[in-house]
Design a protein around this ligand. Structure first.
Ligand code: V47
Ligand code: SF4
Length: 374
């Protein structure tokens, strides 16, 4: 779809004046405001939003859909926090509790290394008895055993806890981790920045300001990161747009975010299980609005273990240019929360078919979006 074709659609359809004006701004490369973003959520028609987001994405990334060969490591599900949406946290002694040693983590990586993985993604519970130097040692041992692997590790929530406990500055703590092998930071823990919602769903964990400060400091220290938003629980559209605005503002300052990942709330086995999950239409609308609003983010990722494989394929024409990776059945966070994929694994053939069905091209990348040649 070209710009001219979108202009024709605006003229010949029953789009409201307001949506028509916002679209003209977008086509002219003019940033839209918070109020205009909210209007897209409230009044935007799903097919039109998808077309617009797909056009923006093709201007930024052509037909490329990025994926990587990765595994996740979830070192423990022991956690000092008690987020109401979490289906994963367990106390020692409870069925389903785990707490891997460094050696066990190295063994897991060895089992997958032969498959040419390029990245390990490490996130887990905030363990009360571990500290910054333990995690620095973990990174160091992974790097010395598997020097070619990129390590994307620890949400801002885990980082804030371990660095505060070490009584050093965020900058110094992050530099220690970087020197020991931290290559990038995943986007988890952001949830929804709004104070009222945060106090209702994840009262104990790092605040919005602390989450943003960790990412800002990481960018200053030369560590790139991702950002997420947990949507589809008790938040409003206004709170979603406010969350996106705070990310867009920080990205203007630091340019350190690589990808934005909307995370759909899944409702099994947690304290918010009474809430209904949102529909696929809502998922696609949310993806499209985020692609339109976050004009300074290069990549929008559909995290397929959360969204499901079929929905991810559709998302590829709603503004998404990244689908995370092969994962090889190494994450439990979403399975425990009721996502369809009970053993999340995506083969290269499946990725290529999914991307081809969407009329795009699959490109293998590393963690920092360098292209991996076959
Ligand atoms: O912060 C927890 C979410 C996140 C549920 O950076 C839930 O590339 C839905 O950050 N329903 C951790 N979501 C995962 C994460 C992530 C995942 C994929 C890629 C990247 C990246 C980062 O998982 C948590 C929380 O927002 N989460 N429970 C649930 N019931
Ligand atoms: Fe802990 Fe993360 Fe679960 Fe919150 S979502 S309780 S921080 S493991």
């Amino acid at each position: 779809m070209t710009k001219e074709e979108i202009h024709t659609i605006i003229k010949n359809t029953l789009l409201s004046d307001a949506i028509g004006i916002i679209t003209e701004k977008i086509l002219a490369g003019i940033r839209i405001s918070k109020e205009e973003g909210l209007l897209l959520y409230e009044q935007g028609e799903i097919g039109f939003l998808g077309m617009l987001a797909n056009w923006i994405n093709s201007e930024k990334n052509g037909k490329n859909i990025y994926y990587n060969k990765n595994i996740h490591i979830e070192p423990t599900n022991y956690c000092v926090n008690k987020c109401k949406f979490c289906s994963y946290r367990k106390n020692p002694g409870e069925p389903g509790f785990w707490d891997y040693s460094i050696q066990e983590i190295l063994n897991i990586i060895s089992q997958h290394y032969k498959n040419n993985i390029t990245e390990i993604h490490i996130v887990g519970g905030v363990h009360p008895d571990r500290n910054l130097y333990y995690y620095a040692d973990l990174l160091k041992q992974i790097k010395s055993n598997f020097p070619k692997l990129f390590i994307k590790a620890f949400t801002a929530v885990e980082l804030f806890y371990m660095i505060e406990k070490a009584k050093i500055s965020l900058y110094d703590g992050l530099v220690i981790l970087k020197k020991n092998g931290l290559d990038s930071i995943p986007g988890g823990g952001a949830e929804i920045f709004d104070k009222k919602i945060r106090s209702k769903i994840c009262d104990e964990k790092a605040s919005a300001e602390q989450w943003l400060e960790v990412h800002k400091t990481a960018h200053l220290a030369g560590i790139p990161s991702n950002a997420t938003m947990l949507y589809g629980h008790i938040e409003t559209y206004e709170q979603r747009i406010d969350h996106l605005l705070q990310l867009r503002n920080l990205q203007d300052n630091t340019k350190g975010f690589q990808a934005f990942i909307p995370l759909k709330y899944r409702n099994k086995n947690n304290e918010l299980s009474h809430l209904k999950e949102v529909t696929l239409t809502e998922d696609l609308k949310n993806i499209a609005v985020t692609r339109i609003f976050l004009d300074n983010f290069q990549h929008i990722k559909a995290y397929w273990p959360m969204l499901g494989k079929e929905a991810t394929e559709i998302a590829l024409t709603f503004g998404v240019d990244d689908i995370d990776g092969t994962i090889e059945d190494t994450t439990k966070i979403y399975t425990m929360a009721g996502a369809e994929e009970t053993k999340p694994t995506l083969s290269i053939e499946e990725i290529k078919n999914m991307v081809k069905n969407a009329g795009k091209e699959a490109i293998e990348r590393d963690t920092v979006y360098g292209i991996v040649s076959e």
